[in-house]
Ligand binder design. Structure first.
Ligand code: HEM
Length: 507
């Protein structure tokens, strides 16, 4: 009885003009309804109406791009209410943090969720980049989207870094002091960058206000624009990269035709050269990337197949962050004290690899090596122009082996070089060598040189730039992880190397 009343009321609401003015399509029941829902809904129209089956597989993307976007939204959702209770002044910032913990309803969990989501986003965006690289998904026409992605990664790091100062506790104060001093090592403009960032020569009110404005306005705005273009490019580049032989792969190229697409009825209605062509009054000829046809049976409607997967992912991430926020409190040290440095003063964990390299040499570790690494990242799609292996993890068996050995080799060599440097200090062995040589020849620069030589060797032997890129990327990945682990766990007071279970002697 109640069911019937409920059904009737629901039907009445849905027939209502007000309801229909907002929701123009009823819940989709058929193919046409599904398409209409995707096209006419503001939030859904960013997604394609139909999705390739291959792209829906978890192993194709591990949903890392979508998870990055969801974390970005969650950071907005938790960050805006936090702004109601926070003033970026040296006098109030720390007290506001305490109020969030003890006075504001749900203040602590809100702050915790914001903090864990920020760390989560730094990690997930990085993993998304790793997935895109290893599946060769930066290859034409996706080169520019990769470049946009690299900027998004740097902005994600910077967003997290600027947020780090806001609690104005000892941890934040000294982490940012260390972090910004790394920027100061850049030749010529380094000191200027530091001054612009800090609004002075040291971390103080000027820095707090600048970091706040960058954190809540400038960086999120830039990221929103870049993410919008990033998504738009995914659509315009013909959806996600897929292996050529996967169902619904990109159309065959004349030089390398893929086998005909099999269909349930035993034949494909699609011609072998399936990309549509256009001619604009004989002025422009070419293939449109978007309309590269795929057989309809290889596509599924985005509603419900993609939309529901995204909803589940969204719910999962929100639940995980809420649980993390409930059980683990974001750290808050004592009130910032510029006269009492932390020992060791450590940058946020994602910059500790960098700080470790700066420990060897400020210029080589803080500027030259990271500068080269970012330049290499940005130029990957323009250097490796081979089409083979698009959408295929590690491209081939050889690629898998190279990735593995390069990762393991560097993972062993990096700590070994650090240990050797500690054992046989060049300055102790050769007291008279000039300082620039000591600076230049350090574990990080020697490792970088070895990695570059190994990659060139791989290119020479395999005649493949993709294989060289896999070697280079895997080695840098291992080095980044090793240096981060050393920085986080093995550096004690005065930056001495010590095991986590050892008790520091110097304070
Ligand atoms: C805020 C950061 C980012 C967000 C929100 C984001 C989001 C996404 C999403 C949702 C996709 C669709 C496929 C997927 O889920 O994997 C995607 C694809 C892609 N992303 Fe990102 N991304 C970000 C950062 C990056 C970074 C750091 C890179 C690389 C440097 C990158 C490069 C790409 C490329 C090349 C594609 C197309 C991949 C393909 O065709 O398979 N993105 N991104």
């Amino acid at each position: 009885m109640t069911g019937t009343v409920g059904n009737r009321s629901a039907a009445w609401v849905k027939q209502n003009r007000l309801w229909r003015s907002v929701f123009r399509n009823p819940l989709p029941q058929d193919e046409l309804g599904r398409m209409a829902t995707m096209f006419t809904n503001f939030f859904l129209h960013i997604l394609p109406a139909r999705v390739n089956r291959y792209s829906l597989k978890l192993s194709a993307t591990w949903a890392l791009g979508a998870a990055s976007a969801i974390l970005f939204v969650l950071l907005f959702a938790t960050g805006i209410p936090l702004m109601f209770f926070y003033a970026p002044t040296v006098e109030r910032a720390y007290a506001d943090m305490k109020d969030l913990e003890f006075v504001v309803s749900y203040g602590l969990i809100l702050r915790n969720m914001h903090r864990w989501a920020a760390h989560g986003m730094v990690a997930i965006v990085f993993l998304h980049m790793v997935r895109v690289f290893y599946t060769g998904s930066y290859k034409p026409p996706r080169e520019f989207n990769w470049v946009l992605g690299v900027w998004l990664w740097l902005l994600t790091l910077f967003a997290s870094f600027t947020g780090y100062l806001l609690p104005w506790d000892q941890l934040a104060f000294w982490a940012i002091t260390v972090g910004t001093s790394i920027a100061g090592f850049a030749p010529v403009i380094g000191e200027k960058i530091r001054m612009v960032l800090l609004g002075g020569t040291a971390v103080g009110q000027g820095a707090l206000l600048r970091f706040y404005v960058l954190h809540v306005l400038v960086i999120p705005l830039l990221m929103m624009v870049l993410i919008a273009v990033h998504f738009w490019r995914v659509r315009k580049d013909g959806g996600l990269a897929r292996p050529e032989r996967a169902e619904g792969a990109r159309p065959a190229r004349a030089s390398n035709p893929s086998p005909p697409v099999s269909t349930a009825i035993g034949f494909s209605p699609f011609p072998p050269k399936a990309a549509k062509t256009y001619a604009l009054m004989e002025i422009a000829h070419g293939e449109t990337p978007l309309v590269s046809t795929q057989a309809p049976e290889e596509e599924l409607p985005a509603w419900p197949h993609l939309v529901f997967r995204l909803l589940v992912l969204f719910a999962g991430i929100v639940a995980a962050m809420a649980a993390a926020g409930y059980f683990f409190d974001a750290p808050l040290g004592e009130l910032a004290n510029p006269l009492r440095p932390e020992n060791p003063a450590k940058a946020p964990w994602y910059f500790l690899g960098l700080q470790e390299m700066v420990g060897y040499s400020a210029l080589a570790g803080g500027v030259v090596v990271p500068g080269l690494a970012i330049l290499a990242l940005l130029s990957i799609p323009y250097v490796d122009r081979e089409r083979d292996g698009e959408g295929v993890w590690f491209t081939s068996r050889r690629g898998t082996w190279l990735a593995l050995w390069s990762f393991l080799g560097t993972g062993t060599l990096a700590p070994l070089l650090t240990f050797l440097n500690l054992r046989f200090r060049p300055r102790r062995l050769y007291p008279d060598i000039p300082q620039y040589l000591v600076d230049l020849v350090n574990p990080a620069s020697v490792l970088t040189l070895l990695i570059i030589v190994a990659s060139l060797l791989v290119m020479w032997v395999t005649r493949s730039r993709r294989m060289a890129a896999i070697t280079l990327f895997s080695a840098f990945l291992a080095a980044y992880i090793v240096y981060t682990v050393i920085g986080v766990y093995l550096r004690g007071p005065n930056w001495i190397l010590m095991m986590p279970w050892q008790t520091p002697e110097v304070y």
